[in-house]
Design a protein around this ligand. Structure first.
Ligand SMILES: CC(C)(COP(=O)(O)OP(=O)(O)OC[C@H]1O[C@@H](n2cnc3c(N)ncnc32)[C@H](O)[C@@H]1OP(=O)(O)O)[C@@H](O)C(=O)NCCC(=O)NCCS
Length: 153
């Protein structure tokens, strides 16, 4: 069971000045990280970019793209030393609530089929697998499939 933090971390908009801190976490937790330009472009495109802060430290981040009916989670990450303390659940719930407030009907995401902790988190939040994108991700040996998961809102 994840333990909860006091005070509860805050979630706020990501701005361009956050990218340097976000990228440090990104490089720590992803084998094939996004670049600073990927984050900057997402902010400039008007996607829903958020950081999670505990005291003054950025401990996580996520990006949601809003479509006319569907939300698509482009990325979510929590700094390694903060894993398994409920922060991923809290951040994902924030994005689900945001999508609901926009009256979207479903919430989609892609996840590497080897990413068992993320898949567990998504299933626990009610996501169901609806498809597979063959060879979607780069991998150490070739390519890896993505599971496409959806939550009906
Ligand atoms: C996926 C991720 C965001 C989860 O964040 P988190 O803060 O550790 O998640 P939580 O603490 O809310 O945990 C949610 C559940 O998953 C479980 N869990 C999380 N990581 C786990 C792990 N490595 N092994 C086993 N269970 C794990 C927790 O135990 C918890 O279940 P419980 O409440 O029943 O105990 C985080 O592991 C991460 O940043 N991973 C690297 C980036 C990534 O893979 N992002 C997703 C890309 S699709």
């Amino acid at each position: 069971m994840s333990s909860s933090l006091t005070p509860i971390p805050i979630i706020r908009e990501m701005s361009l000045v956050d990218v340097d801190r976000v990228i440090l976490i990104e490089r720590e937790i992803f084998l094939f990280p996004w670049t600073p330009i990927n984050f900057a472009d997402s902010i400039k495109a008007g996607y829903q970019c958020r950081v999670m802060e505990h005291y003054d430290a950025v401990v996580g981040y996520g990006i949601l793209m809003l479509g006319p009916d569907e939300g698509h989670l482009l990325t979510i990450g929590i700094a390694a030393k903060w894993h398994q303390r409920g922060l991923g659940t809290q951040l994902l719930q924030y994005f689900i609530d945001l999508a609901r407030s926009e009256r979207l009907t479903s919430f989609l995401l892609d996840v590497r089929e080897s990413n068992k902790s993320a898949i567990y988190l998504y299933q626990r939040m009610g996501f169901k697998q609806i498809g597979v994108r063959k060879g979607y991700y780069p991998a150490m040996c070739g390519r890896e499939d993505a599971l496409v998961m959806r939550l009906e809102l």
